[in-house]
Structure formats: structure tokens, C-alpha cells
Design a protein around this ligand. Sequence first.
Ligand SMILES: Nc1ncnc2c1ncn2[C@@H]1O[C@H](COP(=O)(O)OP(=O)(O)OP(=O)(O)O)[C@@H](O)[C@H]1O
Length: 260
Amino acid sequence: MADSMTSTVLHVSDISKRFGGLQALSGVNMKIERGQVYGLIGPNGAGKTTFFNVITGLYTPDTGKFELDGKPYEPTAVHKVARAGIARTFQNIRLFAEMTALENVMVGRHVRTHSGLIGAVLRTRRFKAEEAAIRARAKELLDYVGIGKYADFRARTLSYGDQRRLEIARALATDPKLIALDEPAAGMNATEKVQLRELIDRIRNDQRTILLIEHDVKLVMGLCDRVTVLDYGKPIAEGTPAEVQKNEKVIEAYLGTGGH
Ligand SMILES: Nc1ncnc2c1ncn2[C@@H]1O[C@H](COP(=O)(O)OP(=O)(O)OP(=O)(O)O)[C@@H](O)[C@H]1O
């Protein structure tokens, strides 16, 4: 019992969010265990991004209970969520285009530093030591996601697939309990998708926990341990990919909207 409790990374219940007359999320529950790749899928407009925005503090939910690593947390602001241990990437890549790949990852790492602004201004010894450690760790993460050789390239000069990897490295830099990836395969070619799959597999093998929104059903089904399917803001199925795939409601939801 104790074991199963401590291994739950994210546990949310009864999340609802309304925009005017539109119920974007309604009664969404989710329980993600450590080391899982958890998929969130559903037709266009189902509420997937809204769910990400709620758990990462971009939108305030109307109802909902949140626990991260067994502790209650209030996703009230983006920086608080990052400190609490949730890192995310975005559907539309959000990097500092003119900064180098290395600098982009270093920015992510700063969430975890201690010297603060005063230390940075005075360039204290502690600050310098911390800065060197951050740089080394950032380089390690670039190698880990497979783009170490581009460390000193400006982010905007990297290929689309490599920019997505860079976003993942930056997310990893915060040492998150949960990494939320919003359509990481969007715009990738077949080779890049295979590499992305290998990378996500490697991250899972390192005991990290991933929540994934993805339209590529093949990728989701091949990669995820469990899946929740949303339709019009409501969870219509939850289970292993095999279970979800043969669920009548899921088949209907996808056929009804033309599917993805
Ligand atoms: N800030 C907002 N204001 C008003 N309506 C919104 C807002 N954000 C999302 N919505 C609406 O909420 C619904 C769910 O949108 P959401 O982007 O979460 O869906 P999604 O499942 O991520 O879709 P997609 O697969 O197309 O990205 C949509 O009808 C959308 O128009």
C-alpha cells in the first residue's frame, strides 16, 4: 500500500475548466505512476492543451484537486509549477531563438539554483561555482538528447527536430518529477520520429515520468504505458493502449470527427 502511494507522481481529480459557454474540461481524473509514459489523446479541440495549461498554471481551473509526489499543490503560477517539479514543452516551440543551444538549457537549470540575483550581480564565488556546474550539466543534457555538437549554435539555426530535442533538454534541466510534452512529434519526419521515440524510451528507462499529448496514434500506442482519451473535455476511456484502442466510444469519437 505504502509503495503504491509513493510511486504516484501526478494525481489529479475532478478538473473542470469552462471558457464562456464552452466546457473545455469536465471531471477529468488522472493518475500517473513513476517511470510511466502516459498518453493524453483525443480529437481536435478535445481539451488536451487546456489540461496541460491547467496543470502547469497557465489557466486557473474551475474545480480540481492536484497532488504531485503525494503532496497537494496548487498550479497557480507557471514558475511555482516549475519549482514544484513539472516541466513542459509547447506545441509551438518556445526557445530563445538568438541564444545558443547551451544557453537555452542553462536558463532551464536556473530554476534550481540558490545564489539568486544578488549572487549573480556580485558574481560571488558561490555564483561562479554554480554557473560552472550549470554549464557542465547543460552540456551533458545536450549530449543526452543527441545534440551536443550544436551546443554553441544559436537555437534558431537548429533543424526543427533538433529544436524539439533542445526543448526536451531544457525541460530535463529543471530535474522535473514530471515532464509534459505537447505534441513533440509535430512536424517531424519519419526518421526524426524514430529518434524521438528512442529518446522518450531512454528518458523513461532513467526513471523519469512523462505525460505526452500526441496526434500520431502509432507513436502513442507504441510508446505509452497508459492512455487517457478525451472527447469534448470529458474522459471517455482510460487504460493500456490495447484496451483503449478497442473501446467503442474511442472508435466513435475518432471516426465521428474524421480521426487523426
Ligand atoms: N483561452 C481560451 N479561450 C477560449 N476557448 C479556449 C481557450 N483555450 C482553448 N479553448 C477552447 O477549448 C477547447 C479545447 O481546446 P484545446 O486546445 O484544449 O484542445 P486540444 O485537444 O488541445 O486540441 P488540438 O488537438 O487541436 O490541439 C476548444 O474548443 C478551444 O477552442
